[in-house]
Design a protein around this ligand. Structure first.
Ligand code: NAD
Length: 263
């Protein structure tokens, strides 16, 4: 038993070191994050048992057709999501990505999340592939508002009296063009890609790993569970909580970087 634990520990250590080596050598590094990175901040992903998504099926509540047909109903889910996101703080994995950027070992985070936690965790260069919940727009007249201005209105309305929609990408909506183009360009020239807490089933963001791989990028995947990428594109798979694994990668990279600069 103790021997098994020891073996597992040294295997994880070896993989962490290998991941840090990749980050140190790469001249163009990206991170792609999904809902899993924010689970330790208290925001459930689509897979978490119980909680928000067991009461609100994303297929029923997170589509643009559902919003257009019955925005009041969709706002019931959005209000709960807002309350959860409003209280959430960045966790060790968000902070680790901020640190990697400050160490010049990470160029950009492409996130599927709409929770603002990367910015709160110190990341400056963030592409929000699925938008952000901090602004609201009117689908009818195009006017936009800060979500803050409309706090307390349920559901929030435009001056034209229509119900506002948060500027997050619902299923069935187009991806903001600038986010899509920049992500494609960065993935096309990436030498390393860190994929953290995503099942990579939502399209088209899930094309980023294969675009990067075609460019020869090394793929490091951090996830509690194996995904369809693990046996196809991933070079290094670190299984576990992102909040535990990411600080270890940062610590290993720091050590190696200090070793390189002092020698
Ligand atoms: P997903 O729910 O499909 O998958 C989450 C993945 O994260 C799973 O593979 C799971 O094993 C992994 N995971 C869970 N907890 C983890 C942890 N502590 N450490 C490491 N990995 C962990 O999420 P997705 O792939 O991002 O796709 C869902 C879509 O819904 C995306 O568009 C996403 O942005 C959106 N969404 C966003 C939020 C948010 O903003 N925080 C929350 C829920 C859903």
């Amino acid at each position: 038993m103790a021997e098994d634990l020891l073996k597992r520990h040294s295997a994880i250590q070896g993989l962490t070191e290998a991941a840090a080596d990749i980050l140190i050598r790469s001249q163009a590094t990206l991170a792609l994050t999904g809902a899993g990175i924010s689970v330790e901040s208290g925001i459930p992903d689509f897979r978490s048992a119980g909680g928000l998504w067991s009461r609100y099926d994303p297929a029923e509540y997170a589509t643009i057709d559902a919003f257009r047909a019955n925005p009041e109903k969709v706002w019931q889910m959005l209000m709960e999501m807002d309350a959860i996101v409003g209280q959430a703080k960045p966790n060790q994995a968000h902070l680790a990505l901020g640190e990697l950027e400050a160490m010049r070992l990470l160029d950009c985070v492409i996130t599927q999340n709409i929770d603002n936690l990367h910015q709160a965790g110190g990341s400056k260069n963030v592409i929000e592939y699925h938008g952000n919940s901090s602004t609201l727009s009117c689908l009818w007249c195009g006017k936009t508002y800060k979500a803050e201005e409309k706090r307390g209105e349920t559901p929030p309305r435009c001056t034209c009296r229509n119900i506002l929609k948060p500027d997050v990408v619902f299923f069935g909506e187009a991806i903001p063009e600038k986010a899509m183009r920049r992500s494609f360009d960065l993935a096309s020239s990436a030498q390393a890609l860190l994929i953290i807490g995503t099942s990579a089933v939502v399209s088209p963001v899930n094309t980023i790993p294969s675009i990067a791989k075609r460019n020869g990028a090394k793929i490091i995947e951090v996830n509690k569970e194996r995904t369809h990428l693990t046996d196809t594109l991933t070079d290094i798979f670190l299984q576990g909580n992102a909040g535990e694994i990411m600080p270890r990668i940062v610590a290993a990279a720091k050590k190696k970087k200090e070793g390189v600069t002092s020698s």
